[in-house]
Design a binder for this molecule. Structure first.
Ligand SMILES: *[C@@H]1O[C@H](CO)[C@@H](O)[C@H](O)[C@H]1NC(C)=O
Ligand SMILES: *[C@@H]1O[C@H](CO)[C@@H](O)[C@H](O)[C@H]1NC(C)=O
Ligand SMILES: *[C@@H]1O[C@H](CO)[C@@H](O)[C@H](O)[C@H]1NC(C)=O
Ligand SMILES: *[C@@H]1O[C@H](CO)[C@@H](O)[C@H](O)[C@H]1NC(C)=O
Ligand SMILES: *[C@@H]1O[C@H](CO)[C@@H](O)[C@H](O)[C@H]1NC(C)=O
Ligand SMILES: *[C@@H]1O[C@H](CO)[C@@H](O)[C@H](O)[C@H]1NC(C)=O
Ligand SMILES: *[C@@H]1O[C@H](CO)[C@@H](O)[C@H](O)[C@H]1NC(C)=O
Ligand SMILES: *[C@@H]1O[C@H](CO)[C@@H](O)[C@H](O)[C@H]1NC(C)=O
Ligand SMILES: *[C@@H]1O[C@H](CO)[C@@H](O)[C@H](O)[C@H]1NC(C)=O
Length: 413
């Protein structure tokens, strides 16, 4: 008799528990669905919530369907959601990207959301990303544009990690951010040509003289071995002149070569490296398309003769400037198609083409030193229309990368 009562009350408790769990789950559903809400971000950022590690919970809103083309779309003013972090809240931003600190008077460029045609990007949840990166390494490999994307990614996740549980380290050619409790790391590796070159020194690299070793990659490749997620990028350093000095085989054999030919060879060397070093079952490779420059204002404002300085709004309507080479785009596409392993191509060129307003302009640095007052007063000569302010456009690139990481994570489960 007693026994039965116990069982019955146990059943009652279990039913109640199920109900509670069910409610919690649908609450979570609601939270994820209304994921554009800033409050959720704050909710998840509460320390108590932080301590309750939860498995990655990806709702249908978190998926970018096969048919979704995130490259096509438009920038929408969204000062409610953006920026997702601030310069002050992120201690890891470099001088090169900290436009506000360097005196940029407006911050419009921080407040645009990329709206792809026909689908939505999932809301960036730093805790989900940390779960995905648990026990893993995410490495960005490339030039200073890629370093900007790395800084952006670090800033997008670091605020949810308490002091003392995160670290940032610079060891020549690398920068490493670690989330201790997750044993996760986000890293940057300086390799402006991907293959080896005379510009591979982390800080003291020759800019004016360029020489690439088209068949050499194994030295730096050693540092990429075993990394779980690799994100490659290489463009700006190639586009200095129409020709570039290259060496292939013996280092005495130095010749000038068409940039496009040299670029293809470099990517072939890279592709061979991938095929013999990457395990597609445990590692994932991404390639960022070219980041555009906005050096000549007449391309979007006919009759003018300036650059990106004092631009405050994105370009509306269709636009493609001279800064993004279709030839290079085609070469990347060819190489990726021939590859025996899957590389995900993140096509961020078109969306970034619209963003003439988001470069560092005179609010960045030149050869590692912030511009002087006099230099800032001379934008014609000193505006940098290649690098991007943070928060800014690279945050959107990372939202797209995040969408892919989330998708792959689901596929692995
Ligand atoms: C994606 O959209 C871009 C921009 O509208 C377009 O150029 C490209 O061809 C599209 N790609 C696919 C696969 O539809
Ligand atoms: C957001 O933008 C709208 C439209 O430009 C403006 O009216 C509003 O004051 C802005 N809000 C904030 C918080 O900046
Ligand atoms: C930024 O530049 C200033 C002035 O040159 C320098 O003192 C400071 O160390 C730099 N900060 C970083 C993070 O490099
Ligand atoms: C931490 O992550 C690294 C890979 O990034 C892995 O090799 C190592 O075993 C992990 N350590 C623990 C304690 O899980
Ligand atoms: C930078 O590299 C050049 C050429 O390799 C060398 O002459 C120079 O001393 C280096 N400068 C510093 C500060 O290390
Ligand atoms: C290639 O190197 C030679 C010798 O240093 C130099 O004169 C030439 O300008 C370089 N070419 C390019 C395209 O940099
Ligand atoms: C290099 O470029 C020039 C001009 O675009 C072209 O005529 C030549 O055939 C190219 N050479 C090679 C080896 O691709
Ligand atoms: C920036 O552009 C605005 C108009 O868009 C103009 O009024 C202002 O004088 C410009 N500022 C500078 C420093 O050129
Ligand atoms: C990337 O996007 C551009 C513009 O939207 C498009 O023209 C190009 O074909 C795309 N590249 C690839 C490799 O899909």
């Amino acid at each position: 008799m007693r026994r039965r009562t116990t069982v019955q009350s146990l059943i009652t408790v279990a039913t109640a528990l199920l109900l509670i769990v069910g409610t919690a789950r649908s609450l979570l559903d609601n939270f994820t669905l209304k994921s554009n809400d800033r409050q959720i971000f704050q909710f998840y950022s509460e320390p108590e919530v932080y301590r309750q590690r939860r498995p990655v919970f990806a709702s249908s809103k978190d998926q970018i369907g096969e048919s979704c083309n995130v490259s096509g779309g438009k920038w929408i003013w969204d000062n409610k959601t953006y920026p997702v972090y601030t310069e002050e809240s992120c201690p890891y931003l470099s001088n090169q990207t900290s436009c506000q600190r360097n005196g940029r008077p407006d911050s419009f460029h921080q407040k645009w959301r990329w709206q792809p045609d026909g689908c939505n990007l999932p809301w960036f949840d730093p805790l989900k990303l940390l779960d995905i990166l648990s026990g893993k390494r995410l490495m960005f490999i490339g030039d200073s544009i890629q370093r900007g994307q790395f800084e952006s990614m670090v800033c997008m996740v670091q605020s949810v990690i308490p002091e003392g549980k995160k670290s940032f380290q610079t060891i020549p050619t690398m920068e490493i951010f670690k989330a201790e409790e997750y044993n996760a790391s986000i890293e940057f590796y300086w390799a402006p040509f991907i293959v080896e070159s005379i510009s591979d020194h982390a800080t003291n690299h020759t800019v004016l003289k360029r020489l690439v070793y088209l068949d050499s990659i194994t030295n730096q490749g050693k540092s990429w071995q075993g990394v779980d997620m690799l994100v490659f990028e290489s463009y700006a350093w190639w586009m200095y002149h129409k020709k570039i000095n290259k060496s292939y085989g013996s280092s005495d054999d130095i010749k000038e070569y068409n940039v496009t030919t040299a670029y293809r060879w470099a990517l072939e060397t890279w592709a061979n490296w991938l095929e013999s070093n990457i395990n597609p079952l445990t590692q994932k490779v991404y390639f960022m398309s070219m980041s555009p420059k906005h050096l000549r204002s007449w391309e979007w404002k006919p009759g003018s003769n300036e650059n990106c300085f004092n631009e405050s709004y994105p370009i509306q309507g269709s636009y493609w400037g001279t800064g993004s080479s279709f030839t290079i785009m085609k070469i990347i596409q060819d190489i990726l198609q021939e590859l025996k392993i899957d590389v995900t191509f993140l096509n961020i060129t078109q969306m970034s083409e619209y963003r003439k307003d988001a470069h560092t302009s005179v609010y960045g640095e030149r050869r590692g030193i912030p511009l002087t007052k006099e230099q800032r007063a001379d934008p014609k000569k000193f505006a940098d229309c290649m690098h991007w302010c943070l928060p800014g456009v690279p945050d959107t690139w990372n939202e797209i990368l995040y969408a892919h990481l989330l998708q792959n994570h689901r596929n692995f489960l």
